[in-house]
Design a protein around this ligand. Structure first.
Ligand code: ADP
Ligand code: MG
Length: 392
């Protein structure tokens, strides 16, 4: 479904809803995936990130029902069985718990934390965001679910609160201690703009994507390395340990001089993890200024420095991502390239002259030792509901 546009996805979701629930969907909402241009693994350190929402979305359609049950069907087949789940509307005395299938935990988490008054509903999920590819299908599913529930069971929630609730759902129900970036950009993305997000204050600034002769290309390496589960939590813990040792609230408030002064008080691993975070926060600030000044050469260099730091210091890259970056950087007209997202597989993002796109893709097809897929990235709008003709 990766190539379907929003309208085609909606049509598909409506048809599937009819098949599954033998009634017509009356509400619809969608929320985008995202690609982060720079600022990786900085969000949970109170730092800065600079993502765009992409045209690929999770689309959900639904209809309130008259029993106190929630039924959810996903049309995505790469997830664990069953594709249809049912669970009761949670109450103060009977709460929901995460369980199997794991994909449903993202929905259950949002349902559990929804601040409005719920009753039963049926829902279908379709998506054009690749799953587990570092483009944040999980946040787009959470935010789309929340946005649909807001249409069906209205409650006053700001976009920031919505992002925070969806993040909490991912922490508590999916067991992933993610930062705020993904849910924030999915709910607040803006067409033709990247968002500089200050992950501490949750303030954001829209930066117009002025790329008259340039393009952003997402390249999916289509590899997802099996993780033990401790990779992200252990890195998060290293950042917390270092901040405590440096006596700062978070690594946002540390600098390289402070870190060097305490180098011998911490393990080499903690030192390198911290060096990535501190330098990446600084790089993100510099990159946004460069972007605003139209200095794409500098922006590109900072992208590559970000990749190298993620590879060598934070150690979240992998040979496939490194190879894609290396190939991209060998093509003339490419400003910069880096892994994007959590790492260990997924995607790279490359900024290049539009006239170099064909050659870039040809080089990757020829030299990458695997099957890469390409997504032309543009900055799309954040989550929104869609009014259906038969909405109450
Ligand atoms: P990413 O967010 O980078 O795509 P994650 O591992 O964080 O990768 O999230 C992917 C998981 O989110 C999937 O394995 C699945 O459990 C869930 N998910 C995302 N989109 C859907 C969908 N359309 N239907 C069902 N589950 C989904
Ligand atoms: Mg995710």
């Amino acid at each position: 479904m990766a190539d379907l546009d929003e309208f085609q996805l909606l049509e598909r979701a409506i048809n599937i809803f009819q098949e599954q629930f033998e009634s017509e969907a009356s509400y619809a909402a969608c929320a985008p995936g995202r690609v982060n241009l720079i600022g990786e693994h900085t969000d949970y350190n109170d730092g800065f990130v600079f993502p765009i929402a992409i045209p690929q979305v999770t689309m959900v359609v639904g209809r309130p029902n008259s029993d106190q049950m929630i039924r959810v069907f996903t049309a995505v087949t790469e997830v664990d069985h069953p594709f249809l789940v049912r669970f009761p509307v949670p109450t103060a005395t009977s709460k929901l718990a995460p369980g199997s299938p794991t994909w449903a935990n993202y929905v259950k988490g949002v349902v559990s934390l929804y601040p409005g008054t719920l009753s039963g509903f049926d829902m279908v999920i379709v998506s054009s965001v690749p799953l587990g590819g570092g483009l944040s299908s999980s946040a787009s599913l959470e935010v789309a679910t929340f946005t649909l529930m807001q249409s069906m069971f209205p409650c006053q929630v700001s976009d920031k609160e919505k992002a925070l609730i969806c993040q909490k759902a991912e922490h508590t129900f999916a067991g992933m201690p993610c930062g705020i970036m993904d849910q924030f950009i999915s709910s607040m993305g803006s067409k033709d703009h990247a968002l500089l997000i200050d992950c501490e204050s949750m303030e954001s600034k829209q930066v117009q994507l002025r790329l008259p002769r340039q393009s952003l290309l997402i390249i999916n390496c289509n590899v997802k390395h099996q993780l033990s589960g401790s990779e992200y939590p252990s890195r998060r813990q290293s950042c917390i340990d270092a901040a405590s040792l440096l006596q700062v609230k978070s690594l946002r408030y540390a600098d390289q001089t402070m870190l060097e002064a305490h180098k011998n008080d911490m393990s080499d691993e903690t030192y390198r993890r911290s060096r990535h975070v501190i330098s990446e926060i600084e790089r993100t600030r510099e990159a946004v200024i460069a972007f605003e000044n139209g200095d794409l050469a500098k922006f590109g260099k900072l992208m590559v420095a970000s990749h190298n730091s993620l590879r060598d210091d934070f150690e979240v890259s992998c040979p496939e991502l490194d190879s894609l970056v290396e190939i991209a950087m060998s093509v003339s007209g490419v400003y910069g390239s880096r892994m994007t997202g959590g790492g260990f597989g997924g995607c790279t993002i490359t900024l290049c002259e539009t006239s170099s796109l064909e050659q870039l893709m040809a080089e990757v097809k020829q030299r990458y030792d695997g099957t890469a897929t390409f997504i032309h990235a543009s900055a799309a709008a954040g989550a929104h509901s869609i009014v259906l003709p038969n909405q109450d």
